[in-house]
Design a protein around this ligand. Structure first.
Ligand code: NI
Length: 142
């Protein structure tokens, strides 16, 4: 396979195309329909790949919590030590007098990374959060 661009045509309802063109416009002057379609296809491929068991992924988990909540910080700290091989780094930001934001970088097998993230997200006192996973595989970069 080469990186030569191949052309193909896409049929879609007019209303969907109008909304897509608005999305293209919001992504800035440098973007056109083809580039946005390529971005969306890459995103879908990465998301699909990251859901496969056994695939190695990198993830960032962002959580917000109240540091006054009962021994929550100690629980979060313990989890991070328990999974020291999978938790690469974390950054703690003091948002205001009560709230903290933490960004935790994970790596490892997709299922395990999701399990660790769910363990942290499910810890009582974590108000909200989100895991974003990606791969840096060759197939994701084309
Ligand atoms: Ni804090």
């Amino acid at each position: 396979m080469t990186n030569d661009l191949m052309r193909f045509s896409v049929a879609m309802p007019e209303e969907l195309l109008v909304r897509f063109d608005r999305l293209v416009a919001r992504r800035g002057l440098a973007k056109n329909r083809s580039e946005v379609v390529r971005d969306l296809v890459r995103d879908a491929l990465i998301e699909d790949e990251c859901a496969l068991p056994g695939v190695e992924v990198m993830g960032t988990l962002t959580i917000v919590f109240d540091h006054h909540a009962n021994d929550l910080q100690e629980k979060l700290h313990t989890i991070q030590h328990d999974y020291v091989d999978n938790i690469v780094s974390s950054m703690h930001v003091h948002v205001d007098a009560h709230q903290c934001l933490e960004v935790i970088v994970l790596r490892g097998e997709a299922g395990l990374v999701h399990d660790i993230a769910n363990l942290i997200l499910g810890t009582k006192g974590v108000q909200n959060g989100r895991l974003v996973v990606t791969t840096a595989g060759e197939s994701a970069l084309g």
